[in-house]
Design a protein around this ligand. Structure first.
Ligand SMILES: Cc1cc2nc3c(=O)[nH]c(=O)nc-3n(C[C@H](O)[C@H](O)[C@H](O)COP(=O)(O)OP(=O)(O)OC[C@H]3O[C@@H](n4cnc5c(N)ncnc54)[C@H](O)[C@@H]3O)c2cc1C
Length: 363
């Protein structure tokens, strides 16, 4: 990309799962797609638990999502460990084991794999290129101006594209930290609830060698910075970890509206995260595909960008809103370890499994 003005049919900002998937699907329709990423290297540092539900679980969570199998078809060398259960610990370390099919991945390589798919479809990646603002419909970036017919903001929870489009900000941003831990771990993902991570949870997500360990907290309920909780959790369990990396997780549910003018937002930028567990990769893939296809149809035939909002609403937002209501109820008990323990006991394994799958906690 030169320092002068560049043009493209579709400009995608951010080469995470949402942006790469959007770029791939816009390019598959034969459009000129530019994917810009502010980092020099896609996928690093890893600020993610690296856990994904299988396609079957994603279909259970989002029964109206289309062709999940294709989106979640991940090459074998990107699967770190397949798992069939989740182990939940209450504040007194009482254990609840839930059937849940998933796998850990290598997030750095996973993100690179998605970019390669986008490039194979015809999209062009420019790294080390930060989006600054939109001025008179032209994107200002660290590598010059880009004029595009549609701009897709996949630039994470603090999206500058969303701000430039005057779209609402993400609500309820929760800090989370993660690192790789060396050693032998049980082949079951673990989630710890209570004072160890107020308003969130601490996790151990096993890989073939070592595990991804981390902590996410709610700033409304935590009395210290997330780093302190991370240290307490990992040092308390004598884990040997690398340097932690972190980010905000947008836990406030889908941003509405998620399109304006000639732009739309997707993935974390649009609050596409499950509010009860912070998982966002599957939704980034589902909505990334909708974003890419709608953007392409807009350029090719003038189809309205509002079809993007319709697609997200139909395919993912129902379960996300159910999870948001459950989270509001959980917030009532989270302040007290005792109440949280009682609530987990009353809910039991089956209902907790339903909550994790974004089903209503009420009968
Ligand atoms: C600690 C932690 C653990 C998590 N664990 C899991 C998990 O186990 N499973 C799961 O499903 N989800 C998990 N999540 C959530 C998940 O990581 C996100 O939902 C997912 O990455 C969203 O994808 P995205 O493409 O929308 O955003 P991102 O992956 O954040 O990608 C956004 C990209 O945009 C780039 N960017 C930002 N601003 C600009 C700019 N101005 N110009 C150009 N580029 C820009 C960024 O560098 C980044 O590469 C976790 C989140 C955190 C913080």
């Amino acid at each position: 990309m030169s320092e002068d003005r560049t043009t493209a049919d579709v400009l995608v900002v951010g080469a995470g799962p949402a942006g790469s998937t959007a770029a791939e699907h816009a390019a598959l329709k034969g459009l000129e797609v530019l994917l810009i990423e502010r980092k020099q290297e896609v996928g690093v540092p890893v600020a993610c638990g690296e856990f994904l539900p299988t396609a079957r679980e994603v279909e259970r969570i989002f029964p109206r999502a289309e062709d999940v199998d294709t989106l979640l078809r991940v090459p074998g060398d990107l699967v770190a460990l397949e798992t069939s259960k989740l182990r939940l610990y209450d504040p007194k370390l009482r254990v609840y084991e839930i059937d849940f099919e998933g796998f850990t991945t290598f997030r750095d390589r996973f993100d690179k794999y998605l970019v390669v798919k986008a490039e194979r479809a015809g999209a062009r990646l420019v790294t080390d290129c930060a989006f600054f603002s939109l001025e008179d419909g032209v994107a200002r970036t660290s590598k010059g101006s880009i004029e595009a017919k549609v701009i897709i903001g996949a630039d994470g929870p603090l999206s500058r594209v969303a701000a430039s489009l005057d779209l609402p900000k993400n609500k309820d941003l929760c800090p989370a930290l993660t690192a790789h831990a060396e050693g032998d771990f049980d082949p079951v993902p673990e989630m710890y609830f209570g004072g160890i991570a107020p308003g969130g949870y601490a996790w151990v997500l096993p890989k073939r060698h070592g595990a991804n360990v981390g902590v996410g907290v709610s700033p409304r309920l935590a009395s210290a910075k997330v780093g302190k909780y991370f240290k307490n959790f990992t040092e308390g369990r004598k884990m040997k970890t690398g340097k932690p990396a972190g980010k905000y997780v947008p836990m406030g549910g889908p941003v509405r509206p998620n399109f304006a003018g000639k732009g739309l937002i997707v993935g974390d930028a649009a609050g596409h995260v499950i509010p009860v567990n912070g998982g966002g990769i599957p939704i980034a893939l589902i909505c990334g595909r909708i974003a890419g296809e709608v953007a392409a149809n807009h350029v090719l035939s003038g189809a309205p960008l509002s079809l993007y909002a319709d697609g997200c609403r139909r395919q993912v937002e129902g379960p996300l809103h159910t999870a948001l209501r459950t989270k509001a109820l959980a917030d009532l008990v989270w302040g007290s370890q005792w109440r949280l323990g009682v609530a987990m006991k009353l809910l039991g394994r089956r209902r907790m499994g339903n909550i994790i799958r974004c089903k209503s906690v009420l009968p």
